[in-house]
Design a protein around this ligand. Structure first.
Ligand SMILES: Cc1cc2nc3c(=O)[nH]c(=O)nc-3n(C[C@H](O)[C@H](O)[C@H](O)COP(=O)(O)OP(=O)(O)OC[C@H]3O[C@@H](n4cnc5c(N)ncnc54)[C@H](O)[C@@H]3O)c2cc1C
Length: 438
């Protein structure tokens, strides 16, 4: 019997374990289906290049996360970077965010955006992302950036998703900032990701290793949860072993998790899984024998003629990501059903930078089956009660995929802290103070 079973050794699972141990609690076990820990925060070494599962940049806006980083990976091992991100549309580059950086775009595009903003409709309570864009930005911004870009990212009808995820991910603006951004040099200081951190070497996986090194309990890899018997509190693994538990902290995608619940009662979790929708991302990483392809960290591609919605250069985050005089490029293509063609993606990259075949040193294809959660109406209406019903069964579903949300690494860590404190009925600080005063 283990008091707390943590399913998944990604950032959420590991952070939870970290906080439990910080509070002096060790009656838990983490089970991970892969042979390697880290989930989406893994890094792959190939032909001298290091590739992440697309760019994984550390954005810090919370003091607890900051402290967590200081205690685990340490800021001494991180590069501090000021965002250089671009948007490529209308055959030219503009700066991110689009809404405050119209400078350099063709005049008709600028005029469209400003006119649309001035004439935007008063929509009282936007129910969909589409309405939300029309309300806050107007038809020009919608047409030239938001609709094509988000359509490409979510691969879903934008009139069928809510805007509840936008928050810090889509900075709002006003007429003064728009006009200023159209007339003057770009402002790179706006938005949640204007400043970020990245490990000086080894890729984002270094964060995972730093946390794991702090843990006393052993992480059980190659343990794939196959079935959960919630009436008898037993987790079954694919190789036949079982473990009994008091509580489960789930961090695997909620839809997959629901399918594993054996439930004879009326709550019927299994049947809910198909309402939870997420897109997939194909991440093509390319090692290129050319030192300088672009000066930005990453670039957004709203137009449909490019299969990727974003492309970036990880050696701009940390030089050792690519051998000397080469470039480590990544592209991200989202899809719902039909997986994009790798050859087409490479061809587009080659055309874009005018590359020869001989300059391609290596290609690494990484796949994220559940990448961006779709905020469909079902999610908005029923997710909270679904998660609450799981909690009634001593199952706490956390993290980007466990909670079924659009969130970053910071939230994964904060989710870990939150659930550890909730289950131990004490805050991390109180627990530490109690240890000191004992
Ligand atoms: C394309 C993309 C780009 C991103 N970029 C950034 C960024 O730049 N900055 C940022 O802060 N965040 C970024 N994120 C978000 C970040 O990746 C997540 O917030 C975080 O990594 C989620 O960690 P997690 O532990 O919750 O989930 P995961 O990393 O998915 O971990 C879940 C773990 O569960 C394991 N598992 C699955 N099924 C089972 C099973 N049956 N039994 C046992 N184990 C199982 C998996 O193998 C995995 O290790 C990005 C996400 C995506 C998709």
């Amino acid at each position: 019997m283990t008091d707390i079973v943590i399913i998944g050794a990604g950032l959420t699972g590991l952070s939870t374990a970290y906080y439990l141990e910080q509070m002096g609690f060790f009656d838990y076990q983490i089970f991970e289906k892969e042979s390697e820990i880290g989930g989406l925060c893994r890094s792959v070494n190939q032909d001298g290049f290091i590739f992440d599962y697309t760019g994984h940049l550390i954005h810090v806006s919370d003091e607890n996360f900051k402290q967590f980083l200081a205690e685990t990976i340490s800021f001494d091992t991180l590069n501090t970077l000021h965002r250089k991100s671009r948007i490529f549309s209308n055959n030219c580059y503009s700066h991110y965010p689009f809404q405050t950086n119209l400078h350099g775009l063709p005049l008709p595009v600028i005029a469209d955006c400003i006119e649309g903003f001035i004439k935007r409709k008063k929509i009282k309570d936007p129910q969909t992302f589409y309405q939300w864009v029309m309300k806050h930005f107007g038809s020009g911004f919608a047409h030239h950036f938001f609709i094509p870009y988000q359509q490409k990212l979510f691969c879903y009808d934008l009139k069928k998703i809510s805007a509840s995820w936008t928050g810090r991910f889509v900075p709002q603006t006003n007429l003064e900032s728009i006009i200023q951004g159209a007339l003057s040099e770009p402002d790179d200081h706006i938005g949640y990701n204007a400043l970020f951190y990245y490990p000086q070497k080894g890729g984002i996986n270094q964060l995972i290793h730093a946390i794991a090194q702090k843990l006393k309990n052993k992480i059980k890899t190659n343990y794939e949860v196959e079935k959960i018997d919630i009436s008898r509190n037993i987790v079954h693994f694919s190789h036949g072993e079982t473990v009994t538990y008091n509580k489960i902290i789930n961090t695997i995608p909620l839809n997959n998790f629901l399918k594993k619940i054996k439930d004879k009662s009326s709550t019927n979790f299994q049947t809910q899984h198909h309402h939870l929708k997420a897109n997939s991302v194909l991440n093509i990483n390319i090692g290129i024998n050319r030192p300088h392809l672009a000066d930005y960290h990453w670039c957004y591609f709203p137009e449909s003629r490019y299969p990727f919605y974003r492309m970036g250069f990880s050696h701009h985050f940390a030089q050792p990501m690519a051998p000397h005089n080469t470039s480590a490029l990544y592209t991200e293509c989202a899809y719902l059903n039909k997986r994009p063609c790798t050859t087409d993606i490479i061809k587009k990259v080659k055309n874009f930078f005018d590359l020869n075949d001989s300059e391609i040193i290596t290609v690494q294809e990484l796949h994220i089956p559940q990448a961006y959660v779709i905020y469909n109406f079902w999610r908005e209406k029923y997710l909270t009660s679904l998660v609450a019903r799981l909690a009634e069964n001593s199952i706490y579903s956390m993290g980007r995929y466990g909670s079924w949300k659009y969130s970053s690494m910071q939230e994964s860590v904060l989710d870990g802290k939150l659930i550890a404190e909730k289950l131990l009925h004490v805050t991390v600080n109180e627990a530490k103070e109690m240890t000191v005063s004992r």
